[in-house]
Design a protein. Structure first.
Length: 162
């Protein structure tokens, strides 16, 4: 039939299979760690983009709430405010703090998970008839005080002057 020749082993070929398997295992581990690192970076980027979107949406909602109530029949931000201390935003009644010319309020329960909020300040300049509205939106802190909860809190600010 056929004959198998005896393979001659010398002192330099001992352990070559072990060395080859260690090298291949190291290469596979390096590739796996590289793929894992890339996946983690992509995940962090996605979470950051979501947080930024929620923060920006909250800040925009705060601006729209202030502008809508300042330009309407409401006199909550007027000099001759007759004690009106609430506004309506997003079908919610919101308490306004402060007196002419500085007012502030919080809009809570925003974002796709209801955890976003906005801190809004309205400043009326009586000399120049200019109104400055600053809304700071946060992705976390949807409680009534808009406290920023956690290390991953993202802030976005929108300012409107008119």
């Amino acid at each position: 039939m056929f004959s198998l020749k005896k393979i001659k082993k010398n002192k330099y070929t001992k352990g070559i299979a072990l060395l080859f398997s260690v090298i291949v295992s190291s290469l596979l581990l390096t590739i796996a760690l590289s793929v894992l690192n890339t996946a983690m970076k992509e995940l962090n980027f996605t979470i950051s983009a979501r947080s930024t979107g929620n923060s920006l949406f909250a800040a925009d909602s705060g601006i729209e709430c202030a502008l809508g109530n300042d330009k309407s029949e409401s006199t909550v931000f007027a000099k001759n405010n007759m004690g009106i201390k609430t506004i309506n935003c997003n079908r919610n009644e919101i308490n306004v703090i402060g007196e002419y010319p500085v007012f502030g309020f919080n809009v809570v329960g925003l974002g796709d998970d209801g955890q976003s909020c906005a801190l809004v300040s309205v400043l009326k300049d009586p000399e120049d008839s200019i109104t400055k509205v600053v809304s700071k939106g946060y992705n976390l802190g949807g409680n009534n005080n808009c406290d920023q909860l956690g290390l991953n809190s993202t802030e976005r600010v929108i300012e409107v002057n008119y």
